[in-house]
Design a protein around this ligand. Structure first.
Ligand SMILES: *Cc1c(COP(=O)(O)O)cnc(C)c1O
Length: 376
């Protein structure tokens, strides 16, 4: 027997209440039973997004909503700025290139976060920019971006601000409307505590105006079509009914806890993990770490792959490694979504045992003690 813990920055653990809610006989998406569920979900999503504007839903992974935000607002040859500070920033660049959008890449070291000044400078140098694509939490590095300050910069221009909040929404403090974000995208398998398979995008008036000029091809991912159907509490095509029934439950749980309390919980857990990590003698990778995922440098002389393998095979804990040039150099621990106090002690204790097994010098138990004290 091995008890299993999923501590990756997506997919994340799904609460039993949500799983049970999804285990129902199929209902028809055009029948009266489904309408109130869809209406409630659409309303409650606005709360998580902190927006008064509509949120459209697609049956895809999060990347589908990223793609939708490009093809619905831009035309081939349009200029866009994208921040390339990790795997997911790169995805913005690749998506733009795939659709022949003229993308200005702001490449930064993966351990860093882009500054509002850098965005301001790029916008001044490229006054014909139609959109700025950015990542709230760059999950590949664990770095957090100051979207609030960047929103202040972009709102003064004609460009729209599009934020990939796929891992951050529902974990980090984030206000779509108050922070002047024109499109926020997210997915189901991170802080929303659901299996993968749903993508979401909020659209404000500035983004809708740009949509009128967009000529990039689109069909399934047409936001206009989704918005039209949303007015009648439906989707243009068959929605992922079971996932939406699960979402109905997870949004109820989120509302019950309160979004500010959820942000505070993620902060508290990440703080405790960081305290444990530092006491073990390890270093954090990003300069401005998010509360979504804690990215840790693999200590000198230790095989990063072995840390992940022992945690998984011996202790049943799945964490994430590094990608591309960070493979073997970092590991990433997520306390995201359905995560609580003792997930912290579980992972720090297991990490201490693992590192001791691999010959890293440490006083086993001290990291866990520091983490518990941080939780006090
Ligand atoms: C997980 C993640 C994505 C990718 O989403 P998919 O659901 O795999 O398409 C994109 N951006 C960020 C920041 C993520 O964390």
């Amino acid at each position: 027997m091995k008890k299993r813990y999923l501590m990756t920055p997506g997919p994340t653990m799904v609460p039993p209440e949500v799983l049970l809610n999804m285990a129902q006989s199929m209902i028809h998406h055009r029948a009266p039973d489904f309408t109130p569920i869809f209406r409630r979900v659409s309303e409650n999503l606005k709360y998580v997004f902190q927006t008064e504007n509509p949120v459209v839903i697609f049956a895809s992974s999060g990347t589908g909503a990223m793609e939708a935000s490009i093809i619905n607002t831009l035309s081939a040859g349009d200029k866009a700025i994208a921040v390339e500070g990790g795997k997911f920033g790169q995805r913005w660049c690749d998506l733009c290139s795939a659709y022949k959008v003229n993308v200005v890449k702001l490449s930064i070291d993966w351990s860093k976060s882009i500054t509002p000044e850098e965005i301001e400078k790029a916008l001044k140098e490229n006054p014909d920019t139609k959109a700025v694509f950015i990542t709230l939490c760059e999950t590949s590095s664990g770095a957090l971006t100051d979207i609030k300050a960047i929103g202040e910069v972009v709102k003064k221009t004609d460009a729209i601000l599009v934020v990939d909040a796929i891992s951050g929404l529902g974990a980090e403090e984030f206000y779509t409307d108050k922070w002047n974000v024109d499109i926020t995208v997210t997915g189901s398998q991170k802080a929303l505590m659901l299996p993968p398979g749903l993508a979401f995008a909020s659209i404000n008036k500035k983004a809708e105006a740009l949509m009128e000029k967009s000529t990039l091809p689109k069909y399934y991912f047409s936001i206009k079509k989704s918005l039209k159907n949303l007015k009648d509490d439906t989707t243009p095509y068959t929605p992922a009914v079971s996932l939406l029934i699960g979402l109905d439950k997870s949004l109820e749980m989120i509302k019950e806890e309160g979004i500010e309390n959820i942000w505070a919980r993620h902060k508290k857990l990440a703080n405790a993990i960081r305290a444990g990590i530092k006491t073990i003698g390890l270093e954090l990778y990003p300069k401005n770490p998010s509360n979504v995922v804690t990215t840790v440098k693999v200590p000198e002389g230790i095989d990063g792959g072995k840390i992940i393998k022992i945690l998984r095979d011996k202790y049943g804990i799945t964490i994430a490694g590094g990608q591309d040039h960070l493979k073997g150099k970092i590991f990433r621990i997520a306390t995201l979504g359905y995560a609580d106090t003792f997930d912290v002690t579980t992972i720090i204790s297991a990490l201490e045992l693992t590192l001791a097994e691999l010959g890293h010098k440490l006083d086993v138990g001290e990291g866990t003690k520091a983490a518990i004290k941080a939780l006090l």
